[in-house]
Design a protein around this ligand. Structure first.
Ligand code: NAP
Length: 305
C-alpha cells in the first residue's frame, strides 16, 4: 500500500485513471474535498479493505470547487467503485449525480457516491452516522433528546437537523451564523414534514434562554478544526445536565468540549460519527457488513498520534 498521506489531484482522474490503476493495490475508492489533508477516512477505510481482503485502496483527492463537476464526470471511467464527498462539496455534489437516495434528497447534500452500471448514485450517511454516534456515546436514542444544532444550516448541520426530524426529536432548534439560511431550512422542513423547527442566530442572549430546555448540544460549525479556534458558544452557557457532541474531530479537545468538562457535563468528539458514517458508506459500496472493530481501532490509532 502506498503512503496513505499522499494527496492526489483532480487531474489525476483524467486519462481513465491510469495513475490509480497502476498503484498497488489499485485505487478504486477515494475522498474528494478541499482541503483534504486532515481527513482520517483513508486510514479507517483502508483498514477495512485490508481486513476484508478487498484488493483495492482508498485515496485522498484534493478537488477545488471549480474542479468538482469534471472530477465526478471522470469517476466512472476511472474504474472507481465510489467516493466520499466532504467539505465544501456536499451540497453541490447532489446536482452532479444521476440518482439520489430519499434521505440525501431530504438532507439536500450527499457524502457518499456508489458507481453502479456507470451511473453515479448519491447517498447521505452523515445523518444516520450521527444518530448511531449519539446512541453509542450517550446510551439513548437521538429521538429522546431536545436538540440544539449550532451551524444547523451547513452541510453536516442540515443532515443532522433532518435526522432529528426523521427520528421525531421532541424539540429541534437550529442556530446558524447566517440566520436567513436557518430560517429558510426551518420553512422547508415545515413545508415538507409539517414539523416546527426553531431557527436562531448565534446571539448569546437568545442561546442562553433556549439552553435550559435543551438536552443535547451539537456543534456542526468548523470551529475547533484549527488549533486555538474559539468555542461556538460563549462561556458559562453549558449546564450540568447537557450532553455535548462536537462533530469536529482533531487531535485536541475543542474549546466547546473544554467548557463542557469544566461544567461537569458529558461530551464527545466527532470520531464516533466519522466511524459510523464511514461504516455505512462501506456497506453501500460492498453490500456487506463493515468491520466496525477494525475501523474503530484504525481511528483510535489516529487519535493517539
Ligand atoms: P459547511 O457546509 O461549510 O457548513 C459550515 C457551517 O458552520 C455553516 O452553518 C456556517 O454558517 C457555520 N460556520 C462556519 N464558520 C463559522 C464561524 N466562524 N462561526 C460560526 N459559524 C460558522 O461545512 P460542513 O461540511 O457542514 O462541515 C462542518 C464541520 O462538520 C466540519 O468542520 C467537520 O469537522 C464536521 N463534520 C464532521 C463529520 C464527522 O463524521 N465527524 C462529518 C461531517 C462534518 P453560515 O451558514 O453562516 O456560513
Amino acid at each position: 500500500m502506498e503512503n496513505q498521506s499522499v494527496v492526489y489531484k483532480a487531474s489525476d482522474l483524467s486519462d481513465h485513471g491510469e495513475l490509480f490503476r497502476a498503484l498497488t493495490p489499485p485505487a478504486r475508492l477515494g475522498i474528494f474535498g478541499y482541503p483534504i489533508a486532515h481527513s482520517a477516512s483513508p486510514q479507517m477505510q483502508n483498514a477495512a479493505l485490508s481486513e476484508k481482503k478487498h484488493p483495492l485502496q482508498y485515496v485522498r483527492i484534493e478537488v477545488a470547487p471549480e474542479e468538482l463537476s469534471g472530477a465526478l464526470g471522470n469517476l466512472a471511467s476511472t474504474g472507481f467503485l465510489g467516493a466520499n464527498i466532504t467539505i465544501p462539496h456536499k451540497q453541490n455534489a447532489l446536482a452532479l449525480v444521476e440518482e439520489v437516495s430519499r434521505e440525501a434528497r431530504l438532507m439536500g447534500a450527499i457524502n457518499t457516491i456508489s458507481v453502479r452500471e456507470e451511473k453515479l448514485h448519491g447517498f447521505n450517511t452523515d445523518g444516520p452516522g450521527f444518530a448511531a454516534a449519539i446512541k453509542e456515546e450517550f446510551g439513548s436514542d437521538l429521538g429522546n433528546f431536545r436538540v440544539l444544532i449550532l451551524g444547523g444550516a451547513g452541510g453536516a448541520g442540515r443532515a443532522i437537523t433532518i435526522q432529528c426530524v426523521l427520528q421525531a426529536c421532541p424539540q429541534i432548534i437550529l442556530a446558524n451564523r447566517n440566520r436567513e439560511k436557518g430560517d429558510l431550512l426551518a420553512r422547508e422542513i415545515h413545508d415538507q414534514f409539517g414539523v416546527n423547527v426553531s431557527s436562531l442566530s448565534l446571539d448569546p442572549e437568545k442561546l442562553r434562554k433556549t439552553l435550559a430546555a435543551v438536552d443535547l448540544i451539537v456543534n456542526a460549525t468548523p470551529l475547533g478544526m484549527k488549533s486555538g479556534d474559539p468555542s461556538p458558544l460563549p462561556d458559562h452557557l453549558i449546564q450540568l445536565h447537557h450532553l455535548v457532541y462536537d462533530t469536529v474531530y482533531s487531535g485536541e479537545t475543542s474549546a466547546l468540549l473544554q467548557q463542557a468538562k469544566q461544567m461537569g457535563a458529558k461530551g464527545a468528539n466527532g470520531l464516533s460519527m466519522l466511524l459510523h458514517q464511514g461504516a455505512l458508506a462501506y456497506e453501500i459500496w460492498f453490500n456487506e457488513q463493515a468491520p466496525l472493530a477494525t475501523m474503530r481501532a484504525a481511528l483510535s490509532l489516529k487519535a493517539d498520534l
